[in-house]
Every structure is written in structure tokens, then in C-alpha cells.
Ligand binder design. Structure first.
Ligand code: COA
Length: 260
């Protein structure tokens, strides 16, 4: 697929989606957001794509936020619409039934931090910086920052980040659970690919169900979440992949999963 502001490459089932607007530190304007939506819809429907890595073009930024020049023009009605559109797109990423890894290679601010948080796993380079600096602009986060951040790092740390607007380093982000691992900048993409391919070697239906269970379970009271897990465990037990994976273990061979 061709985009004005994205690069989408697929190699051996792994898609690398690069936000490609480096002169503006990959800031998310309306056109970029529309293209991200189209790219993820394409990825969702394309059976050849098994996993996705999201990263930013250039040395400096993953994504430095929503485009402030566009935010400046918003009013009450268009502001609500702006945030709802962003939520729809980031929820599409969060609910994608294929693993999405953010390879955060620089500034991940505002909408950039929110984009990373919508991905299933975050890996960062040592020079990555995370932050929700919206209060410095007199606004609040609008693409999930006040909601996904506390779910990842806890209420107190999230409130500190959204109220001070301060950036945290990659190491600090790792220590609070915002990123899973930190790597040297020149290792980041290889490590992201290694993790993606590890997940791609597992049962695809089971991986998709894990994403669903974690997303859906976190919104439920524990007893309901456990009941939901039990129900979906039953569903996964009805798949060919379950028979294949367990048979392969017993026969001491590699499984040949079909995702069915
Ligand atoms: N929206 C629109 N343009 C942005 C942007 C954003 N979120 N972030 C950076 N840019 C643009 C800059 O305006 C500049 O454009 P110009 O060269 O035409 O002037 C270009 O990207 C490079 O950014 P610059 O500020 O010169 O780089 P820097 O290294 O001095 O600073 C940051 C880097 C990330 C600290 C700084 O760009 C910044 O604070 N950006 C805004 C972050 C933010 O508030 N994000 C949340 C938005 S809701």
C-alpha cells in the first residue's frame, strides 16, 4: 500500500509500519491518522500479515504528538470529534487480533505516547523519551492518555506525568512498566523483530485470544473476567491448533499451527 506519511513493509509475514513525517517529528495530523487507520484495517484483513512493528522515521522521534497546528483550530464540538476519531483508531490497534509491538525510537509525546500505549508491547531505544505534555499547551490528553497510562503504570505515576507534563527517560519508563525492554538504538528493530517472530511461532488463534482476554478482562470485575477466561479457554480447546500444539509436545516435534 502507498501512503503519503507512512511506510508499510511486509517481510515474511511481519509488517513494519513507520510513521514517516520526520521533519515534523512524525506528529500526527489528520492525514497521518487516516493513513494509520487504513494501514491497520489492511493489516487486520490481510491473512499474510501475522504481526506488526510500529516505529518512527528518523533518529529523533517515534511520534512527538498530535499536530499542534491542527489542535489550535479546535473548538468544543470539533475537539470532542477529534478525540473520538483518535480513540476509534487507537482502539482498532489495541484490539487487533495480531501482535502489535511499538519500537519507540525517540520522543513519544502526547499522541505518540498514546499510540505506543495502544500497541500490545512497547520496546524502547535508550534515547526514547515518554511524556504527556498536553497541560503545557493548556489541554488534556485526548487519545487515551488519561486512561491507558494509569492502567499501565498506576494512578499516582500517571497523574504525575499528565499533571507535570514532564518527560521520563527510557529507563524510567521501564522501571514504571511503561516499556518492557530498553535497547541500544541500533539494536531496537532487530530486538523488536526477534520478539515479533517469537510470537509468530506460537498458535495464532491462542495469541489472538490472549490479546482479547487481557483487553476484555481488565474491564470486568475479577469473577466475571475469570468466567470469561474459562469460556474462551473452552473455545481454544475446540481448535485444531490446540490438538496440534499438544500433540507436537507429546511427539517431541515442532508444531505446525494453522490458526484454526
Ligand atoms: N505538532 C506539530 N509540529 C511539531 C510537533 C507537534 N506535536 N512536534 C514537533 N513539531 C515540529 C516543530 O514545530 C518543528 O517544525 P519546524 O521545523 O517547521 O519549526 C519540527 O517538528 C522539529 O521540532 P523542534 O521543536 O524544532 O525540535 P526540538 O528538538 O527543538 O524539540 C520536542 C523536540 C519534541 C521537545 C518539541 O518539538 C516539542 O515539544 N514538541 C511538541 C510536543 C508536544 O507537546 N506534544 C503533544 C502534542 S498534543
Amino acid at each position: 500500500m502507498e501512503f503519503n506519511n507512512l511506510l508499510l513493509e511486509v517481510k515474511d509475514g511481519l509488517a513494519v509500519l513507520t510513521i514517516n513525517r520526520p521533519d515534523k517529528l512524525n506528529a500526527l495530523n489528520n492525514e497521518v491518522m487516516k493513513e494509520i487507520k487504513a494501514a491497520f484495517e489492511h493489516i487486520r484483513e490481510n491473512d499474510e500479515v501475522k504481526a506488526v512493528i510500529v516505529t518512527g522515521a528518523g533518529e529523533k522521534a517515534f511520534v512527538a504528538g498530535a499536530d499542534i497546528t491542527e489542535i489550535h483550530t479546535l473548538d468544543e464540538t470539533s475537539g470532542t470529534y477529534f478525540a473520538q476519531v483518535g480513540h476509534d483508531i487507537f482502539t482498532l490497534i489495541e484490539k487487533l487480533p495480531k501482535p502489535v509491538i511499538a519500537a519507540v525510537n525517540g520522543f513519544a509525546l502526547g499522541g505518540g505516547c498514546e499510540l505506543a500505549m495502544a500497541c500490545h508491547i512497547r520496546l524502547a531505544s535508550e534515547n526514547a523519551r515518554f511524556g504527556q505534555p498536553e497541560v503545557s499547551l493548556g489541554i488534556t490528553p485526548g487519545y487515551g492518555g488519561t486512561q491507558r497510562l494509569p492502567r499501565l503504570v498506576g494512578k499516582g505515576r500517571a497523574l504525575e506525568m499528565v499533571m507535570t507534563g514532564n518527560m521520563v527517560s527510557a529507563d524510567q519508563a521501564q522501571s514504571i512498566g511503561l516499556v518492557n525492554h530498553v535497547y541500544a538504538a541500533d539494536e531496537l528493530m532487530a530486538k523488536a523483530e526477534e520478539m515479533a517472530r517469537t510470537i509468530m511461532s506460537k498458535g495464532p488463534a491462542a495469541v489472538a485470544m490472549c490479546i482479547r482476554l487481557v483487553n476484555e478482562g481488565l474491564d470486568l470485575p475479577l469473577d466475571e473476567a475469570k468466567a470469561h477466561e474459562a469460556k474462551l479457554f473452552g473455545e481454544i480447546c475446540a481448535t485444531g491448533d490446540m490438538k496440534e500444539g499438544t500433540a507436537a509436545f507429546m511427539e517431541k516435534r515442532k508444531p505446525n499451527f494453522t490458526g484454526k
